[in-house]
Each structure stands twice: as C-alpha cells, then as structure tokens.
Write a protein that binds this ligand. Structure first.
Ligand code: GLY
Length: 372
C-alpha cells in the first residue's frame, strides 16, 4: 500500500499511532533510529496510574489521564490478539504507602484531593497495607489503596507494537530525522528525503533537534531525566520467579517518591528520579537514593539481583500537558509532550491521531490539546 502517513518517532506514541493508522486503512512508514528499543518508552516502568499521578493544580491533566486509562483494556486485548503475545497488562491495582508521620499527613492531603476529583482511592491502615502487600516493612505508617491504577510491561508492549505494525504492513526506516521540509518531506541525516501526504511528529525529546519546525506552533519540549533500576530474583529463580510484591507499590519516604512495579518474570522496576538535566550518565547517587527509598518500604529487595540501571528523558511541556493535533504546517500533525504519562496515554493518542488524519473530530478529551 502506498505510504500516506509518515510517523517520526519509534517510541510508544509513534508505534501506537502507526499501528492504529495501519489497522484503519492507512499506508504508514515509521522513521526512527531504533524503533521500539529506545528512548523513554523502553526505560519506563509502565504504570497506568491516573490516580497516583494526580498532582495538585493539574485537574485537567488528571481528567485526560482518566480517559487514557479507560482506553487501555480494549487496546491491550486488540494488540495481544494482533501480535499473538502478552503485553503484561496487570490489573491488581496500586498501594501508595507512607514511611513516617509527615509522609502519612502528605498522603492524607493527596487522598482528600483525589477524592474531591471523584477518583477511587481508599485510606488503609498499616496492617491493611501489609495484608495487601505482605513484603511491606513494619515501619510503614499506612497508605492508600487505588484499585484502578494498573500497569503494563512496557518492553513487552513495545515488542508487540513493532510486531503488529510489521504484520499490518507498516514500513520501518532506521534513521535520524534532520529536518522537516514543505511537502511535507522528511530529510534524514544520511541525505535521504521521504515525502508523503501527512507527517506525524511523535519524536518526544528528539523534536527540538529537527530543523524546519519554527512556524509549527509547537511548545518548548524539555527533557526531564529519570533514573530507573531493574531488580530480579536470584539466578536460580529467574524466569519463573514470584514477584516480591503482587501489585505496584508507591512510597513516600521522608518526602521523596519511589515506586516498585512487579513483572510476571519475578523482576521489579524501581523508579524514578525527576531531574532537570540532560546528561545520559547513570549516577551512583541517584541509584543509591532509589534503592535506599525502595528498601525502606520493601526491605526484601536486598535479596534481589541488580539487573539494570538506566536513564531516560520524559518529554515535558511548560504546562505538563501533551500536544496532540494539527500544527500550523501543511499536512503535519504532532503527538508529543506526554511527560510522565506516555504509556498511559498511548491508546487515546493513537485514536485521536486516526481521527485527525481521517478528518474527523478528535475525542473531546483531546480537543484542547492542538498546538495550532
Ligand atoms: N510515570 C512515572 C515516571 O515518569 O517516573
């Protein structure tokens, strides 16, 4: 099928859009250095957490996240069916716990805010938290149970997306985009120039490096660094290990946030720092901080092996809201700036992008997010 949409970016947003466009009858090409194996989507923990990501003063974003979460079950089912593999979608819910009295007070404030927004969250005492997650430290002062905050295995998700894209006939071009030219035409660093009726910019923190976008009406996209640590059961138990925790555990540890997200293979993703810096180095201090905070609420992590330390960059906009819609450039749409919530918002974003390209109204939740 001739290509009518080129997608710049091979992270969860670019791939979800490419797959959704292709299964809705479009000829799609994805242009990315390493589609499915790079960037923030690969490093992420995969939380689908509209409630525990709710921040004071960001109720519009929370509404968007709630709609994003609503789209996940049918998206996961369709993707698993198409790819013939699991994406590790987990619905056991989340417990957010507090380590000391001041953390407990902060969580109570957050709970009041969540409930004022109509979100489902239940105050739990220390022993109720330990009933939900027996591996919690006896020091934990209680917390909040959030049944609707789920998780997905982000790497299984990306693998399934690449596979489904390939099966649907999506073309992959490995390369880095240098510029966008009128046409629209994508110019790569190696000299190739690729034209199509439409271009979707979904390059996350790679967007500011693309020339020719000056008149597009895009906001500043800044990278916000996050360290992630992956832990696993000892060698003998690997592959079939029972996770130390059976659901996502988020902690407030002397004012600092940490999360532990279990995987079906027994491994655990511990994250994440939030740093306004642009170097890719894995720093000892950041890893130390994450491990200290994680072991304060789940001491059993001491017995796990250190599998991986990594860093990624969340694409943040000045107001923390993504931008999804047509730009001021002919034939050029954008889906970027998903900051902490790219995985959660991928199904909703993809549905909106299909509507855009098919010249239909986008879902109401997305209408205010157009840059132009
Ligand atoms: N969504 C979690 C994070 O960005 O760390």
């Amino acid at each position: 099928m001739p290509v009518d949409v080129q997608v710049v970016g091979g992270g969860v947003i670019g791939l979800s859009c490419a797959w959704d466009l292709s299964r809705n009858g479009h000829g799609v090409r994805v242009v990315a250095p390493l589609a499915g194996h790079d960037g923030a989507s690969w490093v992420a923990a995969g939380m689908l957490a509209p409630v525990t990501e709710a921040q004071f003063g960001e109720s519009a974003l929370t509404d968007l996240l709630v709609e994003g979460a609503r789209r996940w079950p049918p998206f996961a089912r369709a993707l698993e069916e198409s790819a013939g593999r699991s994406v590790g979608y987990e619905t056991a819910g989340t417990v957010a716990v507090a380590l000391d009295a001041s953390d407990r007070a902060s969580l109570d404030d957050l709970l009041a805010y969540q409930r004022a927004l109509g979100l489902e969250a239940v105050r739990r005492g220390p022993s109720e938290c330990r009933d939900l997650v027996p591996a919690l430290s006896p020091a934990v002062r209680g917390g909040i149970e959030v049944p609707g905050d789920h998780a997905v295995d982000n790497r299984a998700l990306l693998t399934a997306l690449v596979q489904s894209c390939r099966l649907a006939g999506v073309e992959f071009v490995a390369g880095t985009v240098r510029a966008l030219e009128p046409g629209p035409v994508i110019a790569l660093h190696d000299g190739r120039r690729l034209g199509s009726a439409h271009v979707l910019l979904a390059a996350g923190t790679g967007l500011p490096g693309i020339a020719g976008l000056e008149g597009a009406g895009l906001p500043d996209i800044r990278p916000v660094k996050g360290h992630i640590v992956r832990l696993g059961p000892p060698e003998a138990a690997r592959g079939g290990g029972v996770p130390l925790v059976g659901r996502t555990v988020r902690g407030l540890v002397r004012g600092r946030s940490v999360y532990l997200v279990p995987r079906r293979d027994g491994s655990l993703v511990v994250g994440a720092t939030v740093e306004e810096r642009v170097d890719t180095a894995v720093q000892a201090g950041a890893v130390h901080e994450l491990l200290c905070d994680a072991r304060a609420i789940v001491p059993g992590i001491d017995e796990l092996s250190l599998l991986e330390t990594s860093t990624g960059f969340r694409p943040a906009t000045p107001d923390n809201m993504p931008r999804i819609g047509w730009t001021a450039l002919d034939g050029v749409a954008v889906a970027t700036g998903h900051y902490r919530n790219g995985i959660l918002l991928a199904p909703l974003t993809a549905a909106a992008v299909v509507d855009l390209i098919d010249r239909r109204p986008v879902p109401p939740a997305v209408r205010a997010l157009a840059p132009a």
